[in-house]
Each structure stands twice: as C-alpha cells, then as structure tokens.
Ligand binder design. Sequence first.
Ligand SMILES: C[S@@+](CC[C@H](N)C(=O)[O-])C[C@H]1O[C@@H](n2cnc3c(N)ncnc32)[C@H](O)[C@@H]1O
Length: 249
Amino acid sequence: MPDLRHHEIAEADHRILNPFADAKLMLLGEVARLGPATRILDLACGKGEMLCRWAERFGSSGHGVDLSEVFLAAARERMRELDVAARVTFEQGDAGRYRAEPGSYDVVACLGATWIGGGLAGTIELMRPALAPGGLLLVGEPYWTEEPPEAAYEALGCAPEDFASLPGTLERFEAAGTELVEMVLADPDDWDRYIASQWWTIHEWLKRNPGHPEAAAMREFAHVARRSHLAYGRRYLGWGVFVLRSEPA
Ligand SMILES: C[S@@+](CC[C@H](N)C(=O)[O-])C[C@H]1O[C@@H](n2cnc3c(N)ncnc32)[C@H](O)[C@@H]1O
C-alpha cells in the first residue's frame, strides 16, 4: 500500500484520487445505467467524489469505506456541499475487512485500490458477496499499454505481474469468473491531471511547511513521482474502470 500520509498531502487539492476527470466519472455513471434506485458500495472511496456526484446527478445512494480520516473529512464536506447527505454515508475502516450485508448493493466499486484484496482476483472475491443478483462490479485498475523496460518496474514501484496488458487484464477478469461488459479508460492527459497536479500541491506545501518532519520525504516523493511519470508512467501505464457482471451471460 502506498504511504497514506504522503498521499493525503500530495492529493490535498484533488477531488478524484485517480487519473479520471469529472466528465469520465459521469460517463461511467451513465454506462453503469445508474438511477435513483441504485445502491452503491464504494470500497476505498477516498474523498467520496464518485458517490456524491452520482447521488447529485443520478439520484443514486451509496456507502463509502476508506482508511483515511483526512479523505473522509473531505468526503463529508463534499456531501454537505452537494446536499446529498440523505443518500450518501461514509465510514472509516479497512475495506479489505469490511463485510456488507450479503446481496445489499446493486453496484460494488473499488477504484484504484485492489491491494485491499491482495490483487485483482482477491479484490473481486471480496466485492462479490455484497452484490445483489444482476449487479455490477466496477474495478479501477492500471494496465500496461505496452511492455515497459525492466527499469520501469522499480521506478513505478511495482512488479511485472502486478498488472497485465489490456487483453491480459480481460483474461484476469474472465479467470475470476466475471464478464467485462463496459469500460471507461483514462488517457495520458488524465494521468497528467492526477500526477502533475500533485507536484504543484507538494511545492506549495513545502513552501508553507519548510521545517515539517515530513518535508524531506515529500521532496523525495515529488522527485520520484516526476521522474517515474515522465520516464515510464505516462507512456507505459494505462488506467481505467472496468464494468463487470459477476455472473457471465
Ligand atoms: C488511489 S486512491 C482512490 C480513491 C477513490 N477510489 C477515488 O477514485 O477517488 C486509494 C484510496 O484507498 C484508500 N485505502 C488504502 N488502503 C485502504 C484500505 N485497506 N481500506 C480502505 N481504504 C484504503 C486510501 O485512503 C485512498 O483513499
């Protein structure tokens, strides 16, 4: 798991903690055919932007679970700002251990945190029990756009087998017994909005907090993030949200 405190600082100005712009989040809600009756469980919900915006736009309801009290405070503020407190709730906890009432959600989502189940297959398994018959799983996951050079793995902090190509990712979904029925993919500009905007946030934070105990670590975080994104991430790493049926047709 990435160092949470560093992400709380680096992503202080973000609403969506993934390479996804608001328009793609809304497109995802459309392709998932959300409506006022849709109940959503969002595991590792971050600042709750997805649940709040979808409740506002589609009238859906939802519950979000996240480890970070910092992100959850932002989620509750956003919930009040968008006036969706009657439909959206949040709780602090380890999403890998969270047990919802079986079959109680139409959509179970995990966007950008498949380490909660020890990888893609394990996370799909822990998402499944909460899903009502005919429901959807939404999984946000990186993939390799092309095979990266060996040096990319260390720079990006991952192992070759952590992610697959797009067809390889499809095989992983099928091996997990799901059917891929839709997807919304990020592009390199979305990655820039997610990653490059953190450089600005960290720069400003360092100016305000020069003597902070985490200052050296944050300087290093930005140093590594800039180089890994420009050398490898932007070219070799894709990201998308994959819409899955847990019972193939
Ligand atoms: C890449 S962010 C994605 C957040 C959100 N899904 C979004 O798209 O904006 C990963 C999130 O996982 C949360 N997280 C990490 N490990 C977790 C765990 N074991 N249980 C719950 N949340 C976790 C972090 O606090 C962070 O909010």
